[in-house]
Write a protein that binds this ligand. Structure first.
Ligand code: UDP
Length: 251
C-alpha cells in the first residue's frame, strides 16, 4: 500500500483536469513509492502544460484519460498562472525534462530498471546511450522508437514485460503517450509509466534546453518554438486560446 498520506499533496482542477500540487521532493518520493509496487497494473503519472489542457478541452475522452492517472503533475507558466487564479500557489513546476533526470539521480544504485519508448529510431538510440552514461545507477533494460503500428503493439508490450523494468518512460507526445499508456496499462507488467513528451529529443540532442534564466522567466516555450517552428499554431494560437479558456472557466 502506498503511504501517500505521508506526502503533502493537494489538488487543483484546471479545465476539468485534476492536477496535483506537490513539491519536487514529494513528487520524487511518490514516484519511488509507485515503482516499489508489485507489477500488476501500471500506475501512471502524466505531466500537463497549457497545450495538454487545450487538447483536454477539445477532447473530453482525452481529459478522462488524464484524470485516470495516478497523478497529474503541472508543467509550465500557463498551469501555474491558472492555478493561482483559482487560489492555489503551485509548489513546483514539474516539467519532465527536469523531473525525470532528478528522479533517476536521486534513486540511483537501488537495482532499479527502466525502459524507454518513443521518438524516432535514431533519436531513441542516441537518447538511450546518453541516459546510460548519465544515470549509471539505473539499469536501462531496453528501448523502442515510438512510430510503430497497432499490429506491432503486442510484440512491443511483450518486449517491455520480458525486460521487467520498474519504470517505463513514454515519449510519444500528447495525446498519444497518455492514451497508449491508459489503453495498455493492464497488460504492462511495469509498476510505473510516465508520459515524458519531448524528453528523448533533449537527451538525443535534437532539442537544446533554454538557459536557466529563460526557464525561470517561464519563457522556455519561446526557445522550443524557435527550434520547432512547425509547432507555431500550438503557441501563437494555442496560448491565447488557453488564456481565454482559463478566464472564462473561472466561476
Ligand atoms: N513521437 C513518437 N511517436 C509518434 C509521434 C511523436 O514517438 O507517433 C515522438 C516524437 O518523435 C517526439 C516526441 O514524441 O520525440 C514528442 O513529440 P512532439 O514534440 O510532437 O509532442 P509534444 O510532447 O511536444 O506534444
Amino acid at each position: 500500500m502506498i503511504a501517500e498520506t505521508l506526502l503533502n499533496i493537494s489538488f487543483v482542477s484546471i479545465l476539468g483536469v485534476k492536477i496535483a500540487n506537490i513539491s519536487r521532493c514529494d513528487a520524487i518520493k511518490l514516484m519511488e513509492q509507485l515503482i516499489q509496487q508489485e507489477p500488476g497494473s501500471t500506475r501512471t503519472i502524466f505531466i500537463v502544460n497549457a497545450h495538454t489542457l487545450n487538447l483536454a478541452v477539445e477532447n473530453p475522452e482525452y481529459r478522462d484519460v488524464l484524470n485516470c492517472a495516478n497523478k497529474v503533475f503541472p508543467d509550465g507558466t500557463g498551469v501555474r498562472c491558472a492555478a493561482r487564479l483559482r487560489g492555489t500557489i503551485l509548489k513546483n513546476n514539474l516539467v519532465g525534462t527536469d523531473l525525470i533526470p532528478e528522479f533517476l539521480s536521486a534513486t540511483s544504485n537501488r537495482d532499479y530498471r527502466y525502459f524507454l519508448l518513443g521518438a524516432d529510431a535514431a533519436t531513441i538510440a542516441r537518447a538511450a546511450q546518453v541516459a546510460t552514461e548519465r544515470f549509471p545507477g539505473w539499469q536501462l533494460v531496453g528501448y523502442h522508437h515510438g512510430y510503430f503500428t497497432t499490429e506491432e503493439t503486442d510484440s512491443i508490450i511483450e518486449q517491455i514485460n520480458s525486460a521487467q523494468p520498474h519504470l517505463l518512460l513514454v515519449g510519444m507526445g500528447n495525446p498519444k503517450q497518455e492514451c497508449w499508456l491508459h489503453a495498455h496499462q493492464h497488460r504492462l507488467q511495469v509498476p510505473l509509466g510516465i508520459g515524458v513528451g519531448g524528453l528523448f529529443d533533449h537527451w538525443g540532442s535534437n532539442l537544446k534546453r533554454a538557459p536557466l534564466w529563460v526557464r525561470k522567466l517561464g519563457c522556455e516555450w519561446i526557445q522550443l518554438l524557435l527550434q520547432q517552428p512547425h509547432k507555431w499554431g500550438r503557441y501563437i494560437i494555442g496560448n491565447p486560446k488557453y488564456i481565454i479558456r482559463i478566464i472564462f472557466s473561472l466561476n
